[in-house]
Design a protein around this ligand. Structure first.
Ligand code: PLP
Length: 394
């Protein structure tokens, strides 16, 4: 590390000082901590007291309505986790074995794992610098070069496989250009399934993420803006799809007072009532958490304004981001490593972006577009502590 610092013009100390000026003095400072300061104990105790701890219960129904409301959709289907939600959403969207599904390379591994779970092959596409997420114009131009429409479906001319869906992800809560992607998806007959795991409450032009496509998956893992311990949901405006998803996630059991009959191979992807109860209490905190997270982001922005070689990543034009994880951009990979070293040595948990999907060993054979923007972004991104309480006044 010393050699890197010595040979490089980059000195992380001004950035470290700026980060310290925003954060409290307590250490360690985790990247994103769950917080239970509402009615969590009350609702969870209610499950234990009444015995409704498992896969059905009134908190599940309430939770499904709350996630739909927070996503601007008519329906919500609770799920065991965000990965399962994305998997089952792809299945419901009509993704079939040996299809290709377009996924941005700059994402968490769950986005592409869900594609494999559906029996399909991820096909990686690039991000744009303004949003960090999928670039719809680059996608359109790329498909122009490699795909053709036959019988109402897009096919990859090189591999011969059908391309059936596109999965954008709103990185760290920053909305991609959904309106444009809706057009591109329609032009190429692609099902648009959002990975909205990180973007609960984020909007573009006043429209909530999760509501722009056919289906979207949300996550309530412990490190997300609000949590059910582990959990997820699919949201949609399509009533028939919502019914099908509820059926598929609950073992495809036919409703009957005592008979156990199933009409297809289903999944046990239900969210227990116990977790849903936690989620209902967390949803009551969501408006407060969102405003605290935005206050924290403002403080980071102000602190970095005068620091050379540090660029705070602010919400894209027309967007209100939830700032799930705050980002500071540094000039290059060496600077990123020097800053990560310095912050973590001080007990401030900072992280690089994920290894991009096309660099993971098991994705070596996957088709891909040019990923030059992704590769540059990965070298420059550093995530900073982003818990709601860090933005709380007093
Ligand atoms: C958190 C996350 C998921 C889902 O994660 P689970 O842990 O399965 O709930 C999916 N995609 C992205 C981009 C995520 O950040």
């Amino acid at each position: 590390m010393t050699t890197v610092l010595k040979n490089s013009a980059f000195d992380p100390s001004a950035i470290v000082d700026a980060v310290r000026s925003v954060l409290p003095e307590s250490r360690p400072l985790p990247l994103h901590e769950p917080e239970f300061i509402g009615r969590e104990w009350e609702y969870v105790k209610d499950c234990l007291d009444t015995g409704w701890v498992s896969s059905v219960g009134s908190y599940v129904d309430r939770f499904e309505q709350l996630v739909a409301d927070a996503s601007g959709t008519r329906f919500g289907i609770a799920c065991v986790n965000g990965t399962g939600a994305l998997h089952i959403a792809l299945v419901a969207a009509g993704v079939e074995r040996d299809d290709e599904v377009l996924v941005q390379a700059l994402t968490f591994v769950a986005s592409c794992n869900a594609v494999y779970h559906a029996g399909a092959v991820p096909h990686f596409v690039d991000s744009e610098g303004e949003t960090l997420g999928l670039d719809p114009d680059a996608l359109d131009a790329y498909l122009e070069g490699i795909a053709e429409i036959r019988g109402g479906a897009a096919y990859n001319r090189k591999t011969g496989r059908r391309i059936s869906a596109v999965v954008p992800m709103h990185v760290f809560g920053h909305p991609i250009r959904m309106d444009r992607l809706v057009e591109v998806a329609a032009r190429w007959h692609l099902a648009l399934v959002e990975d909205a795991a990180e973007s609960l409450g984020s909007t573009r032009d006043g429209r909530l993420m999760g509501s722009g496509g056919l289906l979207a998956a949300v996550s309530f893992n412990g490190n997300k803006t609000i949590t059910t311990g582990g959990g997820g949901a699919v949201v949609t405006n399509d009533e028939a799809l919502a019914k099908r998803l509820k059926h598929l996630t609950t073992t495809a059991k036919l409703p009957h007072r005592w008979a156990f009959d199933h009409d297809e191979i289903g999944y046990n992807y239900r969210l227990p009532n116990l977790n849903a109860a936690l989620g209902c209490a967390q949803f009551e905190m969501l408006p407060q958490f969102l405003s605290e997270k935005r206050a924290l982001a403002e403080r980071y922005r102000a602190a970095f304004a005068t620091v050379p070689d540090a660029e705070f990543f602010g919400q894209p034009e027309g967007c209100v981001s939830n700032y799930w994880l705050n980002v500071v951009m540094v000039p290059d990979r060496a600077a990123r490593e020097a800053l990560l070293e310095a912050l973590n040595a001080d007990g401030i948990q900072a992280r690089p972006c994920w290894t991009p999907m096309h660099e993971l060993s098991f994705n070596g054979e996957c088709p891909r577009a040019s990923l030059s923007v992704t590769e540059e972004l990965v070298d420059r991104i550093v995530n900073l502590p982003s818990s709601p309480k860090l933005g709380r006044q007093g």
